[in-house]
Design a protein. Structure first.
Length: 76
């Protein structure tokens, strides 16, 4: 049987106690094991949102052909 000594205590702790402790913590957190959801349907998967940056449209106010004292050109 394996024993581990921690820095703060001088009494040995067996490997079985550590394994049982991990199982207790896993049960407390609510999961029993680890698995992947790759290629599986997740029934409580919420839709998200994406921010799409549109390209900026600019207008030339000065140094235009015909002068700057006229209506702005239409930008499609």
């Amino acid at each position: 049987m394996f024993y581990f000594y921690f820095l703060f205590t001088s009494e040995p702790i067996s490997l079985d106690q550590i394994v049982n402790c991990e199982q207790d913590v896993a049960a407390l957190m609510g999961f029993t094991g680890f698995s992947t959801t790759k290629n599986k349907k997740v029934h409580v998967n919420y839709d998200g949102a994406v921010k799409i940056n549109k390209p900026r449209r600019y207008r030339q106010y000065m140094n235009r052909k015909g002068g700057f004292n006229r209506p702005l050109d239409y930008i499609a």
